[in-house]
Design a protein around this ligand. Sequence first.
Ligand code: NAD
Length: 353
Amino acid sequence: MKATITVLPGDGIGVEVTNQAMHVLSRISTQYGHDFTFHEALIGGIAIDKTGTSLPDETLAIAEQSDAILLGAVGGPKWSDPTAPVRPEQGLLKIRKHFELFANLRPVRAYPALSQHTPLRSELLENVDILFVRELTGGAYFGPRQEQGDGDSAYDTMLYSVPEVARVAHVAFRAAQGRRKQLTSVDKANVLASMRLWRRTVSEVHEDYGDVALDHVLVDACTMYLMTRPASFDVVLAENMFGDIITDEASVLAGSLGMLPSASIGAEKFGLYEPVHGSAPDIAGQGKANPTGTLLSAAMLLRYSLGLEAEAMALEQAVEAALASGARTADIAPRGGGFISTEEFTQTVIGAL
Ligand code: NAD
């Protein structure tokens, strides 16, 4: 198949990990007889430096002509002033909104070989395999707000409509149907009106999915259960801000932020794929970045935007094989043990393909 992929390396290690993902995707393209074209464009701090905006129109124009976006990470100390009028993360919020990418899928698995990198006892990590579905374009991050008033008060608004909740709930129920058929919806219905609407809507959508078991959990309890019984979750659905927080909490289950992929999808096949981690300025340019999160994001791109399930699975299995063979980047190396570079890790994955 012919496919065009927009690559937005962004800042810091984003550049290194997207570069490695392009190598792997090129290899898959050759191996399976596809024709993938990559178009690189600017986002984040580098875009601010070069164009004065974190998401230039040219980037959007390139992305609109493509089948999917692969993104590295944005941000860094140079652009970290929270009061600056132009900030790297504005580009991220804008691109998600522009393409109406309302559902963020974040799979989190615990790898037994990496259990020493998590603060949890290894028996708690057995069989942890969770798919988080986070609402991405609504709630307090996009609701009405007062940013500059008299300086003595400020507000954000958690605003949701029934269609906004229903469309992301459908994504979560469909995902559960393809997994262990269990959906946990996270809310704060005991306190927030918007979350009562959330709970009611998710329950209504449930009527279309009789084969999926649904339970509702308050977000505060959920943070506790994720640490005390993580293996009990299958698909977890949450609104934007709660999803932001609990997915970062759950990332400790995987042993390193560098292991985790994500997909942001909308109503069409088009999607944006990015590792969960940031630009990691502390290790940028040193060949220490773990490319796993980006490689697994590339696998999600193959699956959701290009419909190439066999290729996606082959890539996921190659990453597992590399880890099983003992390949370790610095972040997941045994204490006092050796590690290989970002590029060497990728070569091990390519060797396993
Ligand atoms: P971070 O995820 O960049 O790094 C946190 C820690 O994890 C660091 O010690 C880092 O070295 C390590 N780490 C992260 N990814 C790794 C990888 N692939 N391999 C090995 N180690 C890895 O978070 P931070 O330090 O809080 O933020 C740094 C910058 O990134 C900030 O400017 C922040 O705003 C930005 N950020 C961007 C995104 C994004 O683009 N989606 C997400 C989070 C943070």
